[in-house]
Ligand binder design. Sequence first.
Ligand code: F6P
Length: 568
Amino acid sequence: MPSSALISASQAWRDLKGHVDEIDKTHLRSLMSDVDRCKSMMVEFDGILLDFSRQRATLETMQKLLNLAEAAHLKEKIDRMFNGEHINSTENRSVLHVALRAPRDAVINSDGKNVVQDVWQVLDKIQDFSDRVRSGSWVGATGKELKDVVAIGIGGSFLGPLFVHTALQTEPEAMECAKGRQLRFLANVDPIDIARNITGLNPETTLVVVVSKTFTTAETMLNARTMREWISSSLGPQAVAKHMVAVSTNLALVEKFGIDPKNSFAFWDWVGGRYSVCSAVGVLPLSLQYGFPIVEKFLKGASSVDNHFYSTHFEKNIPVLLGLLSVWNVTFLGYPARAILPYSQALEKFAPHIQQVSMESNGKGVSIDGLPLPYESGEIDFGEPGTNGQHSFYQLIHQGQVVPCDFIGAVKSQQPVYLKGEVVSNHDELMSNFFAQPDALAYGKTQEQLEKENVARDLVPHKTFSGNRPSLSLLFPSFNAYNIGQLLAIYEHRVAVQGFVWGINSFDQWGVELGKSLATQVRKQLNASRKNGEPIEGFNFSTKTLLSKYLEASADIPADPPTALPKI
Ligand code: F6P
C-alpha cells in the first residue's frame, strides 16, 4: 500500500499542522473568556458531564479534528468493529468487547454467529456458580464455605478486575453484598506476591480462580501451580476440584492443568486481554465477591456508553471527542503524556488499568498495513487519585513539563462524611480541589499578579505559573457499579478512536513478545547452571556479568531443593 495511505498524508492532517501556530498565539486565559466557546465544549450524556473547554483548542480546532476523523474513516472503522469484522488483522480476529455487555436479546455477529447468545450462556453459568458459592451450597473439600477468593492472572487478566473491585469495595450496595467475603489478586510471579496473598487465608475456605486467556502465560501458570500446591499440600490433591476454577479461551489446557472443565468459564478470541474485564475474566471474581446483580449493573453502564459511542454524532460523542483531543495533544501539540487524576480514592486502580488499555493498544511503531509511522502513536499514561497526586507530581504539571490532565470526579461520595462545625463536608473539600486545579493549570499566575501581592522580587520567577496547560473534566453523578461501567467503556472507546485515527492496530501487542522469549533463554541458562554447573553462554558481556554475580551470590541454594511455600 502506498505511503499516501497514512493519515499524515491527508489534507485534514496538514490543516491541523498549520493550525498549531494559531493556537500557539492564544492563551487559555483568553479562550476561557469566550463563554459561547465554553458552552460548545460541554457535553452531557446519561448523567455524565464532559467539560473540555480547558483544552488548547478553539471551535475551529474541533472542526478540523472532525475533518481528520472523516479523513481517517473513523465512522466506518467504528462500524466495522461493532459489526464483528476482523479489524485485528495481524491476529485475524474481530474485536467485540461490546458484545460482552450487550443485552440478552441483542444480535452481534462474528463469523456469521450471534456471539451474544454465547456471552449470556457464560454469564448464566457464572450467576449460577457464584450464587452456589455465596449461598454455601458449593463448599470446599472439608465441607466449609468458601468465603475467600484469590484470582490469579496478569495484565488484562488482572488490572481491569482489580480496578472494578477497588472501585466497588466502598460502594454501599456492593459492600453490603460482599459482607464476610474477601477477593484478592495474585499477579506477579514474585513469590512475595504469593506470600502477601495467602497471608491470613485458610485453604479450607479459599477458592482460587485461575484467569488466563491463553492459559500459557508463564507468570500465571507458575502462580497457579504454586496455589495448587498450597491447596493440595494442606487438603490433599483431590481438593483441587473443589478449590480451583478457571477462566480461559483455552479450555483444553485448563483440563490438562487438572481443573474440571465443568468448573471453567469460557471467553473468546474476539476479546482482547486488556478489554476482557466484562467477560468471565472480571465477571466471575466480581460476582463471587459482590453477587451477579451488582456486576450486571456494571455491565449495563458499559453498554449504555457502547450505544452512545455507536450512535451519537461525533460532535456530542464523548469517547470520540476525548480520542480526537488526545490525538491533538500528542501528535499536533507534542505533549507525549497524559495524567489520569480521579478525585475518588475508589478509582485508585483506574490509572494502572488504563495504562495497559492505552499503552498496550496504541504504543505502536507501524501502521495497520505495516508502514513505519512518521509520527508518534500512543501516549504515556500515569496517574494517582487527587488529592494525593497534588502532593506528589503536580509540581511538574504546574511549572515543569506540560501534561494534559483528565480530572474525574463525582457529585456524590460513596462514603459521605460531615463534621459538625467544619466549613464543608469532606467530599466538598476533596471536590474543591477537583474544581480548582484545572483553573490553576489553565490560568496560571502572572508576574503582575505576584507584584500586586508584594511578593519579594527574587521569588517572583519561582512563584510564576505560565498557565495555558490543558485539561478536561469528567463529572459523574456518583461511582456506583453502573457509573464504573460507563467510565470503563468511555476510556476503552477513546483509546480505540485514537488508534483508528492514527491508522494503527490497537488490538494486537507484538511488542510484549521479545522480552518473553529472551526470558525463556535466561530461564534455561539458570536451570542448566544451577543443576549441571554449565557455563553461561550466548549472552552479551553485560548480561553475562549480571548473571554470574546472581548465580555466584546464590550458590548456597541447593540445585534441586524440596518444595517450599512462603513461611507466612
Ligand atoms: O503480556 C501481555 C499479555 O499478553 C496481555 O495482553 C494479556 O492481558 C496478558 O499478557 C495476560 O495474558 P493471558 O490472559 O493469556 O494470561
